[in-house]
Design a protein around this ligand. Structure first.
Ligand code: 2IP
Ligand code: CA
Length: 377
C-alpha cells in the first residue's frame, strides 16, 4: 500500500511543527497546561500534565490519517482523550473543524483572549505538509490499512516538554533530560496479531539552528511486515560491553544487577520513547524497564523500528518466567491489540511486567541472564 508510511511521516511533521509552535509562544504555553485527572493518571507522577498541544496534535493526526485512509477510521488510538478542561471549568471537545476559521473559533474557546495564538495554531492544523524525501517516496508496502490500527503518543515525555530545559548536556550522546527527549510517536500494528508494523519517531527539538536559534527536527521510520524490513536508519554495530539505559525511577536491585554487565556504562534518561530511540540509534544497546509504567502508545512506533533493524521489545516478566521454566526459545515480544484484563483507563494499555528493548540478540540474552537472579522480578 503506497502512501501510508508517507502519511504517518507527514502527520508526524505537522505534529512536530505544532509542538514547536506551542513552545515558541511562552505566554500562550502557560495557558496550555492542564492537570491530568482520574483514571488517565500515569501513577508514576504525582502531577502529570497534558497540554492542549498534546490533545490537539493527537486529533490532527487522527483527522489527517482518517481522511486519507478511511479504512483506518475507528482504529486510530492515542494517549489523550480529546476533552480539554478550560481554566473556567468548562469542557471543550478539541477537534479539527472543516475550515481554519472554525478550528480557530473552537481553539479560542480554550485560549480566550489569545486570538492570535488560536489563529496560528489553526493555520498549523490545516497546513499541508509537503515531504521532500526521495527514499521515503520510493517505499511501497504490501500491507493494507484495513489490516492495521494505529497508536499515537502526540508528545512523549510531556514533563520534559513542559519544563522545556534546553541546556542539558548529553553523556555519550544520550541527553539525560530536557526538550530533546520530547518526541512524537506514531506506530501502526497488525490488527490481528498485534505486532508492530510501521513506526515513525519525530524529534521536534533535535537541534537549534545556529543562526536563527530556531529548533529543527528530524524523523526516523521503520517497516517490519512479513519478510520486509526497511528503515531510514542502518543497524549500528553491537558494543562488546553493552551500554544499558534506564529510567531514573528504576530501583537499586535492577541497577545493581545490570552494573557489572555494563562495566559501569549504565545511563539514565527521561522519556520512554527517547530511551527506545537511544537503542535504535545505537547510543545504548538495551533499555530495561522493570515496571508497568509505560503504555502501548509509548512503545508501538519505536518497537516497529527496532524490529525493522533486527531487534525487538520483549515482555520482561514473561521472558524471565520462561527462562526459569527452562524455555530457552526467543521470548515473547510486546503486542498492541490486547488490553490488560480487568484494568480500566490508561492501565488497560499498560506494558505490564516491564520490557527489554534491544537491537542485538546477544545483548537481550545477557540482560535476561543478569536479571534472572533479581528478587521480585
Ligand atoms: C511517559 C514519559 C515518561 C516515562 C513514562 C511515559 O509518557 O515517557 O518520561 O517515564 O513511562 O509513560 P520515564 O521518564 O521515567 O521513563 P508521557 O510523558 O507521554 O506521559
Ligand atoms: Ca508517553
Amino acid at each position: 500500500m503506497a502512501g501510508l508510511l508517507q502519511a504517518l511521516v507527514g502527520a508526524s511533521e505537522k505534529a512536530a511543527h505544532i509542538a514547536r509552535l506551542c513552545r515558541g509562544e511562552q505566554p500562550l504555553f502557560q495557558l496550555l497546561v492542564a492537570e491530568k485527572k482520574g483514571t488517565d493518571r500515569n501513577r508514576r507522577f504525582l502531577r502529570d500534565f497534558k497540554t492542549l498541544a498534546d490533545v490537539l496534535i493527537q486529533e490532527v493526526i487522527k483527522h489527517d490519517l482518517g481522511k486519507e485512509f478511511p479504512d483506518l477510521r475507528g482504529h486510530i488510538h492515542g494517549e489523550e482523550s480529546n476533552e480539554f478542561q478550560t481554566g473556567q471549568g468548562d469542557t471543550v471537545t478539541v477537534q479539527v473543524c472543516a475550515s481554519p476559521g472554525d478550528t480557530a473559533a473552537l481553539l479560542l474557546s480554550v485560549l480566550e483572549p489569545e486570538r492570535e495564538a488560536a489563529e496560528l495554531l489553526a493555520a498549523a492544523v490545516h497546513r499541508e505538509v509537503v515531504l521532500s524525501d526521495a527514499e521515503l517516496a520510493g517505499v511501497e508496502l504490501g500491507v493494507h490499512p484495513r489490516d492495521l490500527a494505529v497508536w499515537i503518543d502526540p508528545i512523549d515525555s510531556t514533563n520534559e516538554y513542559i519544563a522545556g530545559r534546553e541546556d542539558v548536556t548529553p553523556l555519550d550522546g544520550i541527553a539525560p533530560g530536557g526538550l530533546r527527549s520530547a518526541l512524537v510517536l506514531i506506530g501502526a500494528y497488525d490488527r490481528r496479531t498485534g505486532s508492530p508494523v510501521l513506526g515513525v519517531i519525530n524529534e521536534p527539538f533535535f537541534q537549534r539552528d545556529p543562526q536563527s536559534r530556531r529548533w529543527q527536527g528530524r524523523y526516523h521510520w521503520g517497516v517490519a511486515y512479513g519478510a520486509t524490513r526497511l528503515s531510514s536508519l542502518s543497524v549500528p554495530p553491537p558494543r562488546p560491553t553493552p551500554c544499558v539505559v534506564l529510567s531514573r525511577a528504576e530501583g537499586a536491585a535492577v541497577r545493581g544487577a545490570l552494573e557489572p554487565l555494563c562495566g559501569g556504562r549504565l545511563r539514565f534518561a527521561a522519556g520512554a520513547g527517547y530511551k527506545l530511540l537511544c537503542v535504535i540509534l545505537g547510543l545504548a544497546d538495551a533499555y530495561v524497564l522493570s515496571e508497568g509504567t509505560t503504555f502501548a502508545w509509548d512503545a508501538c512506533a519505536p518497537h516497529a523500528i527496532l524490529r525493522a533493524l533486527g531487534g525487538g521489545v520483549v515482555a520482561l516478566a514473561e521472558a524471565l518466567r520462561a527462562r526459569r521454566e527452562g524455555d530457552a526459545g526467543p521470548p515473547a515480544e510486546l503486542v498492541y491489540n490486547r488490553p490488560v484484563e480487568g484494568a480500566g483507563g490508561a492501565e488497560r494499555w499498560a506494558n505490564r511486567g516491564g520490557f527489554v528493548a534491544y537491537l542485538h540478540p546477544q545483548h537481550l540474552e545477557a540482560v535476561l541472564a543478569a536479571l534472572g537472579t533479581v528478587p521480585g522480578l
